[in-house]
Design a binder for this molecule. Sequence first.
Ligand SMILES: O=C[C@H](O)COP(=O)(O)O
Length: 274
Amino acid sequence: MMLNQEPTAAQKPVTMMRKLMVAGNWKLNGSQVMLRQWLADYAESAADREAVEVALCVPYVYVPVLKELAAADVTVGAQDLSAHEKGAHTGEVSAAMLKDVGAELVLVGHSERRQDHFESDALVREKCQQALSQNLTVVVCVGESRQQRETDKTFVVIKQQLDAFSDLITADNVGRFLVAYEPIWAIGTGLTASAEQAQEVHQFIRSQLAAKDVTMARQIRLLYGGSCKGSNAFELFSMPDVDGGLIGGASLTAEDFMAICREAKKLMNETQSS
Ligand SMILES: O=C[C@H](O)COP(=O)(O)O
């Protein structure tokens, strides 16, 4: 697709449609007041999110509030979990604890965890195992830095990150195992990967997974994250291998978040009628 062309749903054949997910990640933001306001605003826009799976990943302490107040169609998410089941690990939160307070989904391996907390691929794998042991949906994040992209290492880096956990994806859990491609240079910077750049890496991820299991690779949902917002969501989600988004800054208000959900719904409607 040329950059100056209007995106069309025709790029996404209906036979390739996996249910789109729009997942918010509040990172280190929010309060009880903000969450209650977000959920009240969200509740008024039920029609905007039809046909889209919505998840919201809040700081640990707000998970019970989200569970208590969220509409039934919101998947309750956390942003991280411990690689340990239990024991002497001060400050950690286990998969079982998340489950206990109502979490249904957890992010693993976000680049901010990898960078700020030196999380290795091996640790990311252990966290995936913990999440799966409690039947939590797991969204594993992968992505390259600007320097890695500029030195043509994008695919090498993504493959290495994928190889650390991809054997954990099975026919039984593929519905609750997602991969989020988040180019680090696009996170919170306002620099969005072009739809073509996103598709190129998403296609690569799916092809890597297909080398292990073609059926699983067709089923798994791949999210894009990095300055995704209402104005670019349609174009990004129109790409054949982009199955929704992991949204940071634009998830902090229900208004901005719902603008993305509306674009996803529009795409689903156009795809089904084309
Ligand atoms: O988890 C979300 C991503 O890091 C994207 O964040 P952003 O939308 O603020 O760029």
